[in-house]
Design a protein around this ligand. Structure first.
Ligand code: GTP
Ligand code: MG
Length: 427
């Protein structure tokens, strides 16, 4: 074996050996220590609500958390989709929850497909977490994690099929966030229609390759319930802030002339299933999936884009310094190339403008020459006219003088005639 090959053989790590303890040591309290630490730190959970204006998003949030979040109504005239995050501090027993509800305001009201602002918002939260991670002095411990843990996608209860906007949006979001699709206002659709609608939706999601969040079945404790619930997706939910007396109990419900729809009655809708799956059973899995799957993907793509690469077993270990230098060189040469491009562009532009100016000058010169010719021609015509007029004037003067001479002659002759007659008479 060559010396170089020998160097690459990883140093053999000793196999760990199992030993039994002679008595109680205490590290079995590690899980309790973890729980206690997490409880002290508190939790954050971020829900993104996507669904058309007035579909019942706020009502469902109020119903889910049994409180009133006081959100204002959206108008149907938003110029574009706007993401509106609102954060609340909630407490149940001794557990603190920093809950952020993000509303995609104006979704479904625009003519063009408008999932871009939602994607950008999700990415922006990943980016700010990544920036915190890349800091030299990180403070991830008290960092307010705003990454979206779940997207509740509100499907309009048409009983027909998914809109293309729904499919396009979910497809764009599925690699970035855990999507739980829900049929909103499920009290407005009949039981048989709802059954068919659910099957149709799932079929469309599968045929369009949309990956929705699957409740995990790898943890034995919840595998069974999660498997059952996966088959119930999408949940058909009803929200209400109204309390109605049923029997001798006040329950959240919607009252109609023909009866009462109880939000928490599993025969009436899947609200309880959603609450169980989203909050009681899988909240931590949603948080974990966000970190280990969606954020990881974002982080990997972003770091690769920045030029970082993991080393494979055989090559040199990854060096931050080298990557930085390589990236810097790449950036500088790119900058130089851009500068040269700009300079060339400028030179070309100047040449073009010069040519244009020359052409304009030539045109002006031609115009001037033409005008000059026209002017000379005009001048010549005027001169001719003047000469003709002068000739006419002098001819006229001559004629006038001749006429005047003739007239004076005639006058002279007529004045002589009576004198002669008188003389003749006297004689
Ligand atoms: P924006 O935030 O303005 O987009 O509306 P939203 O999606 O938050 O809807 P919101 O919760 O304000 O509810 C709009 C209307 O729908 C209200 O009149 C609610 O009472 C009604 N509504 C909410 N949930 C349900 C439901 O499950 N069934 C029925 N039938 N109506 C509902
Ligand atoms: Mg609302």
């Amino acid at each position: 074996m060559a010396a170089a090959d020998l160097e690459r053989v990883p140093s053999a790590e000793p196999e760990p050996r199992s030993l039994s303890l002679g008595g109680h040591v205490g590290f079995d309290s590690l899980p309790d220590q973890l729980v206690s630490k997490s409880v002290t730190q508190g939790f954050s959970f971020n829900i993104l609500c996507v669904g058309e204006t007035g579909i019942g998003k706020s009502t469902l949030m109020n119903t889910l958390f049994n409180t009133t979040f006081e959100t204002e109504e959206a108008s149907h005239h938003e110029a574009s989709v706007r993401l509106r995050p609102q954060t609340y501090d909630l407490q149940e027993s001794n557990v603190q929850l920093k809950l952020t509800i993000v509303d995609a305001v104006g979704f479904g009201d625009q003519i063009n497909k408008d999932e871009r602002p939602i994607v950008d918002y999700i990415d922006a939260q990943f980016e700010s977490y990544l920036q915190e991670e890349l800091k030299i002095r990180r403070s991830l411990f008290d960092y307010h994690d705003t990454r979206i843990h779940v997207c509740l996608y509100f499907i309009t209860p048409t009983g027909h099929s998914l809109k293309s906007l729904d499919l396009v949006t979910m497809k764009k979001l599925d690699s970035k966030v855990n999507i739980i699709p829900i049929i909103a206002k499920a009290d407005t659709i009949s039981k048989s229609e709802l059954h068919k609608f659910k099957i149709k939706i799932m079929g469309e999601l599968v045929s369009n390759g949309v990956q929705i969040y699957q409740f995990p079945t790898d943890d034995e404790a919840v595998a069974e319930i999660n498997a059952v619930m996966n088959a119930h997706l999408p949940f058909a939910v009803v929200g209400s802030t109204e309390e109605v007396k049923v029997g001798n109990k006040l329950v959240r419900a919607r009252q109609y002339p023909w009866g009462v729809v109880q939000v928490e009655n599993e025969n009436h809708c899947d609200f309880v299933k959603l609450r169980e799956m989203l909050i009681r059973v899988n909240m931590e899995d949603l948080r974990e999936q966000t970190h280990s799957r969606h954020y990881e993907l974002y982080r990997r793509c972003k770091l690769e884009e920045m030029g970082f690469q993991d080393s494979d077993g055989d090559s040199q270990p990854f060096s931050l310094q080298e990557t930085y230098e390589a990236k810097r060189k790449e950036f500088l040469s790119e900058l130089q190339r851009k500068e040269e491009e700009m300079r060339q562009l400028f030179v070309n532009k100047v040449k073009e403008t010069e040519l244009e100016l020359k052409e304009k000058e030539r045109e002006l010169h031609e115009k001037f020459e033409h005008l000059k010719r026209v002017h000379q021609e005009e001048k010549r015509r005027v001169e001719e006219k003047r000469r003709e007029l002068e000739e006419e004037t002098s001819a006229f003067t001559r004629r006038k003088a001749a006429v005047e001479a003739l007239q004076s002659q005639a006058l002279h002759a007529t004045s002589q005639q009576p004198l002669r007659k008188d003389k003749d008479k006297k004689n």
